[in-house]
Design a binder for this molecule. Sequence first.
Ligand SMILES: Nc1ncnc2c1ncn2[C@@H]1O[C@H](COP(=O)(O)OP(=O)(O)OP(=O)(O)O)[C@@H](O)[C@H]1O
Length: 244
Amino acid sequence: MSTPPSITVEGLRREFGPITALDGVDLALDGPAIVGIAGPNGSGKTTLIKCLLGLLGPTGGSSAIGGADSLSLSHDDRARIGYMPQHEAVYRDLTVRENLAFFASLYDLPDRERAVDRALSFVDLHERADARISDLSGGMIRRASLACALVHDPDVVFLDEPTVGLDPKLRANMWDAFRRRREAGALILVSTHYLGEVRNCDRVLFLRDGRVLAFDTPTAFLDRTGAEDMEGAFLALLEKEESA
Ligand SMILES: Nc1ncnc2c1ncn2[C@@H]1O[C@H](COP(=O)(O)OP(=O)(O)OP(=O)(O)O)[C@@H](O)[C@H]1O
């Protein structure tokens, strides 16, 4: 895999009528790495991901992937990007394999069948490959969605709350999968509101009310705040900001 494209965000703003979802976000990322986007409900995590992907236009500022503005990503730029949305984005009346074949067909892949098999192995769904999505458990559907996001072997991957609703073992398996992608050279952005999970990330962006509260490594957060876990670190940072 080649070096993943860098991500830059400058003064990014997004308003929805009277609501300010992003309030001047600045960020520079390059990989391979796992970067957590954490923060409470409504802090702007999904809006940030959608702006980065060019699915939402900003009301101010800009963002770019590999130097290309998010709003003008070419087909080739997009072929390097994977996206797992927060809500189920697979076809329920198709099987896992058929979903993967469909997503693979959107890209100019040299060997589609191999890509589908590789994605099935990656999420350990070979045994249920020919089951319809509607017949799978919630955890299996999340894994099928992850496989669809990765079938074209992207080197920058956006995962919006991928572990929501999964049991602890499946969550641990998913984090293992993210680490394997990073080891293969990918830059992975993962949003979560399970603050305990961000301990698995190389760096964590804490958002609050659409602003960057802090951006650092988990160890640095724990050292800085003296907290025992990431939840404690986030609360300490919030308190510090409020008292300032
Ligand atoms: N299409 C929209 N129309 C109006 N308001 C929106 C829209 N999308 C997001 N918002 C608002 O923008 C703010 C940020 O929402 P966003 O979904 O980005 O937060 P989040 O951190 O991803 O939340 P969650 O953890 O609940 O998924 C919220 O106040 C939300 O209500």
